[in-house]
Design a protein around this ligand. Structure first.
Ligand code: NAP
Length: 463
């Protein structure tokens, strides 16, 4: 939202209990801000006996739309004017949209998950899917797998009766017996992989992060892709086991993002472009991954990251050059990595290294490769590491500093100055978006730049 609350401000909100830790306001208020809509999103804790009253009261107050969270996704249905058929089949509603005479209920968790996995290039059609859990979320996932024509769906739950109930109702709904219910401990009877596994139990959720439904390595060796609906912690034990066995793992943060975006689209009769969705995701990511106490220096080659970084050591920081870190880890130079494995491989290693540094680096200053922030995921990881400073330098300054350097492969061309101009024009907006602060470096001595970074930082953090 831009500006003040006024007579035209539309209210959106969330009902549930508890609601204090919800991330939905981050999604919707960011969308209000980015789209310029005059709207505000507020969470409302509601007591069980007052759910119907709250829904009718919200309608009377002309509240534009509501989300519904645990434990009212089923209970709310009786207070609605109508229910979308998919939400009715799942038996859970998480979004209320105004309609003639009352709210209509939708389930955006399911299409939200579909958009989240599609954005990662994951398709369900013809695949073997294993779903762990048989609660509300698992039922939405099972519905999605049937809708997307997964070939075989195994629904594993500790309480097998719940898995049976879901299988029975969805197999009937779709007119085919695609879902096989099983007790979790029978998992060794599953056919061999590759599988796509959805982890839909509450095990592993913060603060009990050391828990997982199945520990057996065999299970993870069959798992080509593992999607955990949990997003706190960002990497659950389930995801770690998937990756350790060589599979791909994803958490539930994108699902959360897209269920919110779809609700917002329904309320406002609009379509949120992908670039805007990414911006909202940046905010969500920051909300669940608070920044570490490191200093991160980004910028074009020749902007002074290494020199300034070393100068910051005088303030008690350890210095890490991420390119040198990668070379040590890989046991070969970056030029050789490029030659032997190609750029894609190098970029993947770079992302892995940043994730690793996020878990094991404190009070350090990191000088980061000029191309690193170009990957959006890397830019998020850099902000997770610490405060990001963009060292700005003009084309001329860069040329002055590195023009004679023959070790810069990007500049080994006929018109290096033109190349610098071209690259800088493309990268400048990306550096600006990735950084929290811009530090001009032209015509300044190193000490002055280092001092500005250090003092700005300590003042802001009250150290
Ligand atoms: P739910 O209805 O309470 O279901 C919980 C599930 O976890 C049940 O299958 C339950 O098995 C299983 N479980 C709990 N403790 C267990 C244990 N000790 N051993 C084995 N299984 C156990 O919860 P839900 O609403 O489906 O949510 C499930 C998860 O999905 C939650 O972590 C939630 O945060 C997440 N979620 C994420 C999003 C998102 O946007 N990313 C959206 C919705 C949900 P029993 O039936 O045997 O008790």
């Amino acid at each position: 939202m831009k500006g003040q609350i006024d007579g035209n401000t539309r209210l959106m909100g969330l009902i549930g209990n508890p609601v204090a830790h919800t991330l939905s306001p981050v999604i919707h208020n960011t969308l209000n801000e980015l789209t310029g809509r005059n709207g505000v999103y507020v969470p409302f804790p509601v007591q069980e006996e007052a759910v119907g009253l709250a829904v009718r009261g919200a309608y009377a107050l002309d509240i534009l739309g509501l989300n519904v969270t645990v434990p009212y996704k089923q209970a709310v249905i009786s207070a609605l004017q109508s229910v979308d058929p998919a939400a009715a089949a799942i038996g859970a509603v998480n979004t209320l949209v105004r309609s003639e005479g009352g709210y209509k209920g939708y389930n955006t968790d399911m299409p939200g998950l579909l958009r989240a996995i599609s954005s990662e290039g994951i398709q369900l059609k013809g695949k073997t899917v294993v779903i762990l859990g048989a609660g509300g979320a698992a039922k939405a996932v099972a519905y999605l797998c049937m809708q997307e024509k997964a070939e075989r769906i195994y629904l594993l739950n500790r309480t097998v009766e719940r898995a049976r109930d879901i299988a029975e109702s969805l197999n009937r709904c779709f007119g085919r017996s695609g879902i096989t219910p099983m007790e979790v401990k029978e998992y060794r009877q599953l056919p061999e992989g590759p599988w796509i596994v959805f982890q839909c139990t509450t095990l592993g959720l913060y603060p009990e992060t050391k828990r997982v439904v199945i520990e057996d390595t065999w299970f993870y060796q069959q798992t080509a892709i593992g999607i955990d609906l949990i997003y706190n912690p960002a990497k659950t034990l389930f995801m770690q086991l998937v990756e350790k066995a060589g599979g791909r793992a994803q958490n539930g943060l994108k699902m959360l993002l897209y269920q919110g975006i779809i609700a917002y689209e329904l309320w406002n009769h609009t379509e949120i472009p992908e670039e805007m969705a990414e911006q909202v995701y940046d905010r969500l990511y920051e909300a669940v991954h608070p920044a570490g106490d490191n200093i991160v220096l980004i910028g074009f080659m020749g902007s002074g990251k290494t020199t300034v970084g070393h100068r910051l050591e005088q303030y008690g920081y350890s210095f890490i050059d991420t390119d040198a870190y990668i070379e040590a880890r890989e046991g070969r130079s970056i030029t050789r990595i490029f030659e032997e494995e190609g750029e894609e491989y190098f970029r993947n290693v770079e992302t892995e290294v940043l994730s690793e540094l996020c878990t094991n680096t404190k009070h350090s200053v990191l000088s980061v490769g000029g191309g690193t922030p170009l990957r959006r995921e890397n830019a998020r990881l850099l902000r997770e590491l610490g405060e990001v400073f963009y060292l700005e330098a003009s084309e001329e300054e860069i040329w002055k500093r590195i023009g004679a350097d023959t070790n810069r492969p990007l500049l080994q061309c006929e018109q290096p100055m033109e190349r610098i101009k071209e690259l800088l024009a493309a990268r400048r907006p990306i550096y600006e978006a990735a950084a929290r602060y811009r530090i001009p470096t032209g015509g300044r001595v190193i000490d002055e730049i280092a001092k500005e970074i250090y003092h700005d930082r300590t003042e802001r953090n009250g150290i």
